[in-house]
Write a protein that binds this ligand. Structure first.
Ligand code: GAP
Length: 431
């Protein structure tokens, strides 16, 4: 257990040291459970999002994208059931004033100080804010707690404008906000996070089959990210664990250093959401099947993944220590930097050649030029952030326009012509 806890500490420390993730507002003492992605972290995050987007939207003819606004009409959250039911039971400690989710507490007293606890009361997890300059009840809007509702309220818009026919899906990546009672474990549970959600609209009779298909598709996506297969599993929700909208649900779980936890939810949401929005908005949200000649509200199979949670997963899964170095064995596809470019020495025209290589490669990939220090140290600095390739300009380059290409995991080196570098690297890093 100690070793595993250490892994989290090491990952958090690496993130800070190498510009992957910083505590938010750190110069003011930080703010609970908010994190900022640094120069390396933002590349990793963008790559994960792009890897998902390509898989969902580019590789499939039956899924289209959407980017709905975070602020929506407040009636959306009444219709969705969030105003009424998106709550957790909360208890306060009367002595130390700490707050806990009632379901996380086993005994009768405060787990921190042994103090007396208040009775549980329901606490809504949605953040409220004010729309416009007037502070009155009518101006209250919510920061969305899931991106899904932006898709449901646009179902007819997308259907009419994209010429899709059922079965088809709408995919979206965006921020979501939840006033979690107990955030924690670094970026695992935060109050502001990003989701990658896809809502797949199907004929009701086909829902079970599509749920099975999406379970497989989504597992394969995590495998293609290079995450260890033995650390991923599916977990089916028991009836009393199902969300208010779900008829059947599976979590994709990962074995984090703090235990098996949800990485993604895959739900059969039935016709719950569209039926509710039809009722609350007064609009007809039925689909017309022109072949069967019938109108119906489709069922929805949802795949809902967290960007930040996926990022934490790839970090802890990839982190390894070797006698001489720390390596992030990230899939080259999502590695923040694809190649480090190094002149062996600062003379004989090597920096100039390395600079030209950088100018050429940066049109294709994120690369990093590092001109100083021992070559071993320069390699190791890139290993630590998962850079799959090191390119060294050396004395042979001056003779035959070839460079040393070093591979991160095997540390094997081979000679490659400068003109072949783009295709050589592209083979490994392209999605
Ligand atoms: N639309 C369905 C939905 O939102 P969920 O299981 O509540 O389902 C889906 O959330 C995913 O969003 C989770 O599997 C997780 O990856 C991510 N997520 C949820 N709450 C989060 C939080 N507080 N911090 C980070 N990620 C979170």
């Amino acid at each position: 257990m100690k070793k595993e806890t250490n892994l989290m500490d090491k990952v958090v420390s690496l993130c800070k040291r190498r510009g992957i993730i910083f505590p938010s507002s750190e110069i003011y003492g930080g703010i609970g459970s908010c994190w900022d992605y640094g120069p390396i972290g933002v590349e990793l995050k963008n790559n994960i999002k792009q890897f998902w987007w390509r898989n969902m939207v580019y590789y499939r003819d039956n899924i289209v994208g959407l980017d709905a606004s975070i602020l929506m009409h407040p009636r959306v959250w009444e219709a969705s059931g969030h105003v009424e039911g998106f709550t957790d039971p909360l208890v306060d400690c009367k002595s130390c004033k700490r707050r806990f989710k009632a379901t996380d507490i086993t005994g009768e007293t405060c787990p921190d100080c042994g103090g007396e606890l208040t009775p549980a009361r329901m606490f809504n997890l949605m953040f409220k804010t004010q729309m416009g300059p007037v502070e009155k009840e009518a101006g209250i809007v919510y920061l969305r707690p899931e991106t899904a509702q932006g898709i449901y309220v646009n179902f007819i818009n997308v259907l009419n404008s994209s010429r899709q026919k059922i079965p088809f899906g709408i995919a979206q990546i965006g921020k979501a906000f939840r006033n979690e009672i107990t955030p924690g474990n670094f970026i695992f549970r935060t109050r502001e996070f990003e989701q990658m959600e896809m809502q797949f609209f199907v004929e009701p009779a086909a829902a079970d089959e599509w749920l099975d298909r999406w379970k497989e598709e989504r597992l394969n996506w995590y495998y293609s990210l290079g995450i260890s297969k033995e650390k991923i599993k599916l977990y089916q929700h028991k009836p009393d664990e199902l969300a208010h909208y779900a008829k059947n649900a599976f979590d994709i779980q990962y074995e984090f250093p703090f235990g098996w936890q949800e990485l993604e939810g895959i739900h059969n949401r039935t016709d719950y959401d569209l039926t509710k929005h039809a009722q609350y908005s007064g609009r007809d949200l039925r689909y017309f099947d022109d072949i069967a000649g019938k109108r119906y509200i489709p069922y929805i199979i949802e795949t809902s993944a967290g960007v930040d949670r996926t990022l934490l997963t790839v970090l802890v899964d990839a982190y390894r220590e070797e006698p001489e170095r720390v390596v992030l064995g990230l899939s080259p596809r999502i590695a923040p930097v694809k190649a480090g470019i190094f002149p062996l020495v600062k003379r004989d025209g090597m920096p100039e050649i390395a600079g030209k290589i950088k100018d050429k490669l940066c049109r294709h990939f994120k690369v990093f030029y590092d001109g100083g220090g021992s070559i071993g140290r320069r390699y190791r600095r890139q290993d630590e952030i998962g850079t799959p390739y090191g390119i060294t300009v050396d004395s042979e380059t001056l003779k035959n326009e070839s460079v040393t290409l070093r591979e991160r995991d095997s540390m094997e080196q081979k000679r490659v012509k400068i003109e072949d570098l783009v295709s050589e690297i592209r083979n490994k890093v392209e999605f």
